[in-house]
Design a protein around this ligand. Structure first.
Ligand code: GDP
Length: 444
């Protein structure tokens, strides 16, 4: 085993007050923790009503205790779940008692990491656990559940199996030099490779949609005060989605808002925060905003149709990265009578107030990042996965070119397989695992 199976414990429910709070403990030999906390052994997978006791046997709380002996548990180890009253003080007292009895505080994602290391989940599935918890739309949640169920892993495994089959042919040719390129031709190695490439392209397309559901797009919003930025964001978000400011986990000093367009999260970076300042704290915020601008997909320049582009707009535009595409959105056309909708490739006319032209603008934004408007069959995915698929694809392209040079052909197929294996974690470094699981919440 790569890890120490010492018991770990964490509060599994969200911080704050709630009717019920859950503490989870995982490890080998939890008997002493059960004995110290509950005072009697627990029947596997039965709900026991129990008093949870301090060292001096006084009660800390009462509630349900459940025991899942490994390997039939989430982590594959013995798991104890304590459901007490969901107050921060009582939860912390229970957690401290578990630590007193020999558990240590779990690191973020450590339960899922153990589930992965014990073969209960592959890496893509473990990531889907975090993505389900972090889902920002119903579509993202449904797609995360698909990945958790193994839909993505299944596609990757099918590709790996096809590659292994092809590699067997090629390796046989290498091992038995009397078999030559004709042998590969007879087995239609090239045809097999083309079919794998096609399948890989389809998986990349679906995974790209999954990544959009998870990560959305980043838009830089430029516009003078009163040009209608807030009105536009509210109108784009539609009625059923509230604008989220101060998104948990993002820094307060980067001025950001988030809306959803057709299930795709759109992170809006407000350039109103980008001004000269002597305030050191504000300057850090501005630096972060610029860093976010660097990574943006699109800039949206909002213009009052009655005034056109101002000098201030041009000034901000000139400071944006040269490669950042700019979409010019003329607002308040209800006051000028301009025709709504797309009027040129990078120009859209709208009225945030009346709603004219907004559908065209939504489509423009979604098309820009490649959203195809349908979550059917989409599994959640991350940039890490897309990167692995692209690398596998590049190796296959090289393999096609090197078809006549069997050693290179074989090596490229091997590299493609390794890249795909990174997705499910069969070929992943410990460092990468550390990075992936540290992004989870504690208790998961
Ligand atoms: P911001 O400062 O850029 O965020 O602008 P606001 O969204 O607060 O809008 C400024 C003013 O313009 C408000 O009174 C809005 O009602 C008005 N406004 C915004 N969009 C439109 C529009 O499309 N047509 C008209 N007539 N007024 C608008």
């Amino acid at each position: 085993m790569l890890y120490t199976p010492e018991p770990i414990a964490a509060i599994a429910t969200a911080p704050g007050r709630g009717g019920v709070g859950v503490i989870r403990v995982s490890g080998r030999r939890l008997e002493s923790i059960v004995a110290g906390l509950i005072g009697r052994p627990l029947t596997a997978r039965h709900a026991h009503f129990a008093r949870f006791r301090a060292a001096d046997t006084s009660a800390i709380d009462e509630g349900l205790a459940l025991f899942f002996p490994g390997p039939n548990s989430f982590t594959g180890e013995d798991v104890l779940e304590i459901q007490g009253h969901g107050g921060p003080v009582v939860m912390n007292m229970l957690l401290a008692r578990c630590v007193e009895l020999g558990a240590r505080h779990a690191e973020p994602g450590e339960f899922s990491k153990r589930a992965f290391l014990n073969g209960k989940l592959d890496l893509a599935q473990a990531e889907a656990v975090a993505d389900l918890i972090d889902a920002q739309s119903e579509a993202a949640a449904r797609s995360a559940l698909k990945s958790l169920d193994g839909a993505f892993s299944l596609e990757v495994r099918a590709l790996v199996d096809a590659l292994i089959h092809l590699r067997m042919l090629v390796e046989a040719t290498l091992d038995f030099p009397e078999e030559d390129i004709d042998f590969l031709a007879a087995a239609d190695a090239r045809g097999q490779l083309v079919s794998i490439q096609g399948q890989l392209a389809r998986v990349l397309m679906t995974a790209t949609q999954g990544k959009l559901l998870r990560e959305g797009m980043h838009v830089v919003l430029i516009g003078q005060p009163n040009v209608g930025k807030s009105s536009l964001m509210n109108a784009l978000a539609g009625e059923d989605v509230a604008i989220v400011t101060d998104i948990a986990g993002t820094t307060r000093d980067t001025v950001r808002e988030q809306i959803l367009i057709d299930s795709v999260p759109v992170h809006v970076i407000d350039t109103a925060g980008l001004r000269e300042t002597d305030d050191p704290v504000e300057r850090i915020g501005i630096e972060r905003t610029w860093a976010a601008v660097e990574k943006a997909d699109l800039a949206l320049l909002l213009i009052d149709s009655r005034e056109g582009v101002t000098r201030h707009d041009l000034d901000i535009l000139s400071r944006l990265p040269k490669a950042l595409p700019v979409l010019r959105v003329f607002n308040k056309i209800d006051l000028t009578g301009d025709v709504p909708g797309d009027v040129a490739r990078n120009v859209v006319h709208v009225s945030a107030k009346g709603g004219e032209g907004l559908d065209a603008l939504r489509l423009r934004l979604l098309h820009h990042v490649g959203w195809q408007g349908c979550e059917e069959g989409v599994f959640i995915a991350r940039e890490r996965h897309l990167d692995a698929i692209r690398r596998a694809s590049a190796h296959l392209d090289t393999a096609v070119e090197a078809y006549q040079q069997i050693e290179i052909f074989a090596e490229e197929l091997r590299l493609a397989q390794n890249a795909l294996n990174e997705i499910t974690g069969e070929f992943t470094s410990d460092d990468l695992l550390g990075v992936i699981f540290s992004k989870f919440c504690i208790g998961k």
